[in-house]
Design a protein around this ligand. Structure first.
Ligand SMILES: *[C@@H]1O[C@H](CO)[C@@H](O)[C@H](O)[C@H]1NC(C)=O
Ligand SMILES: *[C@@H]1O[C@H](CO)[C@@H](O)[C@H](O)[C@H]1NC(C)=O
Ligand SMILES: *[C@@H]1O[C@H](CO)[C@@H](O)[C@H](O)[C@H]1NC(C)=O
Ligand SMILES: *[C@@H]1O[C@H](CO)[C@@H](O)[C@H](O)[C@H]1NC(C)=O
Ligand SMILES: *[C@@H]1O[C@H](CO)[C@@H](O)[C@H](O)[C@H]1NC(C)=O
Ligand SMILES: *[C@@H]1O[C@H](CO)[C@@H](O)[C@H](O)[C@H]1NC(C)=O
Ligand SMILES: [Cu+2]
Length: 518
């Protein structure tokens, strides 16, 4: 499914609350709900979507109108279900154009092409979810990756329907790219064509030209390329495959392809169809070389030279003991995940409702600001006793309009991995990242406070850290979670509640008349 919402009017100042465009989208008649990934929804968490965070799931036969408020977004975003694992198939791209009279800060493309990187599952995805939760193991892999719904020529099932993009020599194209995959970060490239990134997560970037890109689940990229190969009728593969850095974690090693097809001549034989060279699956250097090159195009929207509040949080894979060691996780345990040693438990009433109507007993407010225990987070052979987290529903309360720094610290508990951490309600500046343990003395000296990328999903490197800063100018209840679906399901989540400000325009909007019943 691909949906386009063309924005007629854009507010591209940092006074994001002054005027907005309302678009009422779909009425979804299934158990599940949908959210606009990356749209900040100023003051309006009511339509943000994640189950038991800002609403209860829409029951079969029920409906819910989402009010989508666009503010500063431009470029590619997307929407997806946020209930159980339904986002595997319930998702689509959103492309926001500049307002009339405003130009792109890059050559106007001849054509805009959505590229949704997804997956194909032979098994019902909800069964996959039930299966791994029952066993305590990691989930099975999908059966194929897809480009716009098709696995492509390298799988036995889809040659006829492989996604094809017809191009004309000399023209420029922009790919509106979304990684909607559940559990894998991807490399993507087009044979014989370099890609120029001009936007990421709904915000312009300085132009960055590379032979390949890296895109994590949750992220978007706007990539230009020029059809500059002179042979009429020539064809080139575009291809994506996994970037998966931990040798002990199995993943799908297949490659999905689409075809770039030049007009103006007879097709060349398939033998001349070249695959792009993609980095090795575990090439962390290649992945972070790409990410290190991304820079904001525009001036900073708010000062990030200092912060008011810092949250330093571990992000870990964990285990829970299992009776008789009978679970399918390592050593008979049950796999889990945590932030600051808290494995997030979803309440039975949504946190937004509990907050707004002051219903007690739903969540605790003391998400720890620092790790409860300091150990060598990225060290080898950590004591097994550190692996067991606490189960709880704890949120972080944040004062309106403060500058918040969050430092995510990956750990080597159970297994070190890259984690794409996604925050609802905001884009943030990715001011720094590195390998090993965050060093509070040295690392902030190396932050980029000049033109850091403005994203909503940051890839925290394997056995490393990443630091973000944002201005808490959006009152509401905002989910923070790993966008690898298995980690999200295991509890690598928390919630930021940004309090109201003093003025009326600094307060959450009132709830809609109807919210889905719990
Ligand atoms: C692709 O590029 C390489 C080197 O840049 C060149 O040798 C080759 O002929 C090109 N292939 C096609 C099919 O255009
Ligand atoms: C990547 O995988 C290859 C092949 O399995 C292996 O030889 C190499 O050591 C791995 N590199 C890293 C950095 O883990
Ligand atoms: C655990 O093992 C004991 C002794 O072998 C057995 O009686 C019990 O049923 C087992 N419990 C579970 C949950 O498998
Ligand atoms: C496996 O479980 C046993 C028994 O609980 C424990 O002694 C051992 O340390 C565990 N090993 C690992 C690698 O988790
Ligand atoms: C932490 O562990 C890493 C990896 O094993 C090691 O290189 C480093 O020296 C350790 N740091 C400390 C302070 O022990
Ligand atoms: C996490 O909390 C559990 C339960 O309180 C404790 O046993 C464990 O040592 C803690 N681990 C870390 C890494 O803080
Ligand atoms: Cu993760």
């Amino acid at each position: 499914m691909i949906f386009y919402f063309f924005l007629l009017e854009m507010v591209n100042s940092n006074t994001i609350y002054e005027s907005h465009v309302l678009i009422f989208i779909g009425v979804y008649k299934h158990h599940g709900l949908n959210r606009r990934h990356g749209i900040k929804q100023p003051r309006n968490p009511w339509s943000d979507g994640p189950e038991y965070i800002t609403q209860c799931p829409i029951q079969p036969g029920d409906s819910f109108n989402y009010k989508v408020i666009f503010s500063m977004e431009v470029g590619t975003l997307w929407w997806h279900a946020h209930s159980d694992w339904s986002r595997a198939t319930v998702h689509g791209a959103i492309v926001v154009h500049p307002q009339p009279g405003e130009q792109y800060p890059f050559p106007k493309p001849h054509e805009e092409v959505p590229i949704i990187l997804g997956e194909w599952w032979k098994k019902d995805v909800m069964e996959v979810l039930k299966e791994f939760l029952a066993s305590g193991s990691a989930p099975r892999d999908s059966d194929a990756y897809t480009i716009n719904g098709q696995p492509g020529d390298l799988y036995p099932c889809s040659r006829q329907a492989t996604f094809k993009l017809n191009v004309e020599y000399g023209k420029k194209y922009i790919l509106r790219m979304v990684n909607a995959v559940m559990n894998e970060i991807l490399f993507f490239a087009i044979a014989n064509h370099s890609l120029t990134v001009v936007g990421a997560d709904g915000s312009y970037t300085k132009q960055l030209t590379k032979e390949y890109v890296v895109i994590a689940p949750g992220q978007t990229l706007d990539c230009m390329f020029e059809a500059n190969q002179v042979r009429p009728g020539a064809r080139y593969y575009m291809a994506a495959r996994a970037y998966s850095s931990a040798s002990s974690v199995p993943f799908d090693k297949t490659t999905t392809t689409g075809i770039l097809q030049y007009g103006g001549g007879p097709g060349l034989t398939t033998t001349s169809l070249l695959l792009p060279s993609l980095p090795q699956y575990n090439d962390t250097t290649a992945a972070f070389d790409f990410l290190a090159g991304l820079r904001s195009l525009n001036q900073l929207l708010f000062s990030i030279s200092a912060y008011n509040t810092r949250i330093y949080t571990t992000i870990s894979i964990n285990t829970f003991p299992c009776k008789n060691n009978s679970c399918a996780g390592p050593n008979g345990t049950r796999l889990s995940a945590s932030m600051n040693n808290i494995s997030f438990e979803h309440p039975s009433v949504d946190i937004l409702k509990a907050y707004y109507y002051q219903i007690g007993g739903v969540y605790g407010t003391h998400f720890p600001r620092v790790p409860p225990l300091y150990y060598n987070f990225t060290g080898r052979n950590l004591p097994v006793i550190l692996q067991t987290p606490e189960r709880a529903t704890k949120v972080m309360m944040i004062e309106y309009n403060t500058i918040v720094e969050v430092v995510f610290q990956g750990t080597a508990l159970v297994v070190g991995l890259d984690h794409p951490m996604h925050l609802h309600g905001f884009n943030f500046y990715v001011v720094g990242w590195g390998f090993g343990n965050f060093d509070d003395k040295k690392d902030p000296m190396k932050y980029n406070l000049v033109d850091p990328p403005f994203r909503n999903t940051v890839l925290v490197p394997i056995n490393g850290w990443a630091a973000i800063r944002f201005r808490a100018s959006n009152p509401g209840v905002w989910y923070l979670h790993c966008h690898l679906e298995k980690h999200h399901t295991w509890g690598m989540d928390t919630v930021f509640i940004v309090k109201n400000g003093n003025q009326d325009q600094d307060r959450m909007l009132p709830p809609p008349l109807h919210m889905p019943r719990c």
